[in-house]
Ligand binder design. Structure first.
Ligand code: SAM
Length: 190
């Protein structure tokens, strides 16, 4: 049983890592893990955004990411849709700060971030919303109240509450264990 101390040590460091990770989530992210949308799902959403953007030619197409985390997805959207205005809404100071630094480094002029609680942010002028978020009943109520009819809404993994009916539910093959479904909505007329 010479390997027993190594197993003990591995379990100990795994427990320490899990504790620190959970502390980080509770302290900096209000209990929401900062996990990225899987690459295959990001690709699918960008395709949907590109198609939807063709319907909006008068003014810049405005996209928001509710809870933009470290900004990877917003950067990809900004690059894929150079004529759109992309805004990441992020509550965590660290994630906001990091996103701003990278945005400046890559000079992404059509990308911006707001460090605010999404529930205080006015969404009445946006054309598309992407999210990988929680508290979806409250989010759904706010989107129903404020969004313009026809606004595209995509939700990775989680279904919107408050009576929203998906226009499409897309199964996406990803290597991420818990991300396989993408819900697509359009804000109804009434
Ligand atoms: C699961 S991550 C999603 C990251 C990114 N949108 C993506 O899809 O790759 C969710 C993010 O929401 C942020 N968040 C949690 N509550 C928030 C709130 N009330 N307002 C804005 N952001 C919030 C967290 O800090 C976290 O970075």
């Amino acid at each position: 049983m010479a390997w027993l101390p190594y197993i003990n040590m591995a379990i100990f460091w795994l427990a320490v890592w899990l504790l620190l990770w959970n502390l980080y989530i509770v302290v900096f992210n209000r209990g929401v893990p900062n996990i990225r949308t899987a690459p295959a799902i990001r690709k699918k959403i960008i395709q949907l955004l590109k198609e939807d953007a063709k319907r909006h030619t008068a003014a810049p197409y405005k996209v928001i990411d509710i809870g933009s985390g470290n900004g990877q997805f917003t950067r990809e959207i900004a690059r894929a849709l150079p004529h759109a205005r992309v805004t990441g809404i992020e509550i965590s100071r660290q994630s906001y700060w990091w996103s701003m630094c990278i945005k400046r480094l890559f000079r992404l002029h059509n990308l911006d971030y707001k460090r605010v609680d999404f529930f205080t942010y006015d969404v009445s002028d946006v054309d598309a919303v992407v999210m990988f978020f929680y508290r979806l009943h409250r989010v759904a109520q706010k989107l129903r109240r404020e969004l313009k009819p026809g606004t595209l809404v995509t939700s990775n993994k989680f279904k919107l509450g408050d009576g929203w009916v998906p226009h499409d539910v897309i199964d996406v093959k990803t290597l991420y264990p818990f991300q396989k479904k993408l819900y697509v909505y359009y804000k109804p007329e009434a």
